[in-house]
Design a protein around this ligand. Sequence first.
Ligand code: AVJ
Ligand code: FE
Length: 430
Amino acid sequence: MTEQLREHVARQLERSRARSTQLTDAVDEHDLVRQHSKLMSPLVWDLAHIGNQEELWLVRDVGGREPVRQDIDEYYDAFKFSRSKRPELPLLGPKETRQYVGDVRGKVFDVLEKVPLEGRRLVENAFAFGMIVQHEQQHDETMLATHQLRVGDPVLQAPPPPAGNAVLTTEVLVPAGSFEMGTSTEPWALDNERPAHPVHVKAFHIDTAPVTNAEYAEFIAAGGYDREEFWSAEGWMHRLHSKLRAPRFWQREGSGWARTVFGVTEALVPNEPVVHVCFFEAEAYAKWAGKRLPTEAEWEKAARHDPATGRSRRYPWGDEDPTPQHANLGQRHLRPAPVGAYPAGVSPLGVHQLIGDVWEWTASDFHGYPGFEVFPYPEYSKVFFGSDYKVLRGGSFGTDEAAVRSTFRNWDYPIRRQIFAGFRCARDAF
Ligand code: AVJ
Ligand code: FE
């Protein structure tokens, strides 16, 4: 059992490192150290930060080993310097960074071989490894978003996602009742997903698929960006101030639209979920459509509740880990898949593509669940609780399966568009 766990952790560490290496080897040194957007760190910062967190948690804390490079800790502390300030820091260069993360990883494999993974130690130590795997994958998704912001010839390649299929209904009714939200048993669930607790949800309808490019283009054509009545007061202020006219990376092409995807400008794919919209745009679209965004509880009930058993599933399709047949995860494709592309991933209530493709904005602010306990450190989520952030659910094509579950909660400012975010709509049932 312990050996199997060590094997599993080693494989996950290797998978995340292969991805980080791919994302950073794809560009030249100039593009590695450059800031491609004020919203992002230079790619070389993300890579060294991945190594530094790994050193802090696994080499020094779990392993009780001597520091590898204590002198650089402060430059890679995400709370000390904001993303926009990071390019001015005396950061490690590309070569030093690769050397550093490699040195740390070597020690981590040694720690993994020797660390106790029994009893209480199993929970504490195994979780630390799981947290670091997720952390690296989260930064890999952030680096993928930096790649999308980068200007220049395309450097990333991936096969297209599977084709779409007709989805027969546009929305389903989720009957009123209690369901179990969150988890107390997922071994790698983070503090904000815990504990499992019952939540009563009133009857509501939820869209069977995320809102598509074609649907979103109709909202624009209907004057959605000029009609204040669809926007919240805050959303309208932002729409005016930032002169929003369309999703990020869209451009007019004749009477239609084109969009730039990792350096390639192409015609919009009509039945693909819209991506790179902010919360305020999602909210305005929903109002125009006579709907609203789902709350977090509604989203999770649609994703997990099995009316036949009354149980909450780990994933919409059941309790098995995701496979490529279930969902568009892990940067296997460089875009969301068209609606209906994953019939095997459908939830018991008939809702498609809840996991993968695009992060989905919800109506909810980011708060701790009843009984929330900081674990293992307040900077993971507690310091972000409050009304500044909106919760996103489900993961995107750029999220690795190690870093998303049906209970997983992501959060961001309602104005952010560089993340791989889209949405689906809901409405009251009665
Ligand atoms: C959970 C995606 C909001 O990237 O800011 C990375 C994850 N926390 N390093 C982020 C995270 C610390 C976090 N999100
Ligand atoms: Fe981080």
